[in-house]
Design a binder for this molecule. Structure first.
Ligand SMILES: Cc1cc2nc3c(=O)[nH]c(=O)nc-3n(C[C@H](O)[C@H](O)[C@H](O)COP(=O)(O)OP(=O)(O)OC[C@H]3O[C@@H](n4cnc5c(N)ncnc54)[C@H](O)[C@@H]3O)c2cc1C
Length: 405
């Protein structure tokens, strides 16, 4: 069989790219090493609830073109992300807003909140300066994340809502993390628990997997004019690229030539770029996650909110997700997932790229290799080693497809 493209990865990037090229009359083979399509946005159904297997995903964007595009494949509900944080026996609204401040200090007005934050931050700056023996006239510079957060938020918010959560996420003490991780804190002096500032947000009704199925021609779009031509995309799951290309001799050097009689004009690779090049320049680092999902047929409403963060360091997970609340589920039974941050090592799922100086400069070297490696387009979170949200991945895949046309 002759294909125009071999797309490695049936995640959002691979699916958008494959869809666009199929619409331009091309023939595409999509492979994924996982047994499922959708990459990290994959959802499956349990008791009628769409479970986000690889972590909670809320679609949000201010990009009108992307919003219009994604609505061809799903109808979005009006879910608004409003997480709550639990610290010991106290419960706070996120993001930091007047609901948070009024609960924390028993106050009502923005002026009162601003005054407390200002007072507490100045106290911390003065304390740090005096410990350093530093003049008050010089500009304050935080030496680490702890000092940065204390100087921006003061002691209460840092202790109750930032410290433990951040330390769990990064697996390191805040004193040992660089200050630049927190550039500023998005304080909102209005009573507004909407986490995102974007124009559009929501959850695709029926789950993300159905949305990807429509892109890949495995399910019909609402408007038949949006479907890909029949047979233009073939999808094979449980197929690792490295096993796949080794089916033929010497194909690694020019993998797109031919594999077991199949030929490909080009490859779109959405896996890890360093793995593609055999880690020859070194290993890029990631943060990983471990998910513990529990099906609770006897419980209707476990925590009353889709996302609850646990900000104490002593609680080993960072958050509990109750999936039914993403779609206002009313039925019997519920499914909850505890999310544990994990150090990444070879073989683990690479969830978050670590975009610090060392890794970004290593990635730049891999990118140079990639730019000189004709016939392969590197895309998506792993292929471009970027902390992309879904809307950014769609925009990137659309522009890669446009460049091909
Ligand atoms: C826990 C978590 C929560 C998130 N929450 C949000 C959110 O709320 N909102 C938001 O906008 N974004 C969120 N994101 C980001 C979002 O998941 C990504 O932007 C998007 O899924 C990336 O799509 P992708 O196609 O680039 O990568 P992926 O989804 O990672 O897909 C890549 C695919 O390639 C496959 N693959 C890799 N190597 C090989 C190989 N050698 N052979 C075959 N297949 C291979 C993988 O199995 C995978 O399926 C979140 C991410 C995580 C990790």
């Amino acid at each position: 069989m002759r294909y125009d493209y071999l797309v490695v990865g049936a995640g959002l990037y691979g699916a958008v790219f494959a869809h666009e090229m199929a619409r331009s009359g091309k023939k595409i083979l999509v492979i994924d090493r996982r047994e499922n399509i959708g990459g990290n946005i994959y959802t499956y159904e349990d008791m009628g609830i769409n479970v986000h297997k690889y972590g909670a995903h809320i679609f949000h964007t201010s990009d009108k073109k992307v919003w219009k595009y994604i609505n061809k494949f799903a109808e979005f509900n009006n879910y608004v992300n409003s997480p709550v944080a639990v610290y010991k026996d106290e419960l706070y609204n996120l993001p930091f807003n007047m609901n948070t401040f009024s609960k924390m200090w028993n106050i009502r007005t923005p002026e009162e909140a601003k005054a407390i934050i200002e007072k507490q931050s100045q106290e911390e700056i003065a304390r740090i300066r005096s410990e350093r023996g530093e003049e008050a006239s010089t500009e304050f510079e935080a030496a680490n994340l702890e000092e940065q957060a204390l100087s921006l938020a003061g002691r209460d918010i840092y202790t109750k809502l930032i410290k433990g959560y951040t330390e769990k996420q990064w697996g390191r003490d805040c004193k040992d993390l660089p200050a630049f991780i927190i550039k500023r804190l998005p304080f909102r002096f209005i009573y507004d628990n909407n986490y995102f500032n974007d124009l559009y947000q929501g959850i695709p009704m029926g789950g993300y997997t159905l949305m990807i199925e429509k892109m890949l021609g495995m399910a019909a779009c609402e408007d038949a004019a949006d479907n890909v031509p029949e047979g233009s995309i073939e999808v094979r799951t449980g197929v690792d690229y490295y096993d796949f290309v080794q089916m033929a001799d010497g194909v690694i050097a020019k993998p797109f030539a031919s594999v077991n009689g199949d030929s490909f004009e080009k490859i779109v690779f959405t896996g890890m770029i360093d793995e593609f090049f055999g880690y020859k320049l070194g290993t890029l680092e990631y943060r990983s996650l471990r998910f513990e999902t529990e099906s609770l047929p006897e419980v209707d409403n476990y925590q009353g909110n889709a996302v609850v963060n646990y900000t104490e360091r002593e609680v080993p997970y960072t958050r509990i997700i109750e999936h039914k609340h993403f779609e206002y589920g009313k039925g019997k039974g519920t499914v909850v997932t505890r999310e544990y941050p994990a150090t990444w090592k070879h073989g683990d799922e690479p969830y978050y790229p670590m975009n610090d100086e060392r890794n970004n400069s290593l990635y730049a070297q891999y990118k140079e290799l990639a730019d000189n490696f004709s016939g392969v387009i590197f895309g998506g979170r792993l292929g471009q080693y970027k902390y992309y949200n879904m809307d950014q991945v769609i925009a990137e895949a659309l522009s890669a497809a446009e460049a091909e046309n």
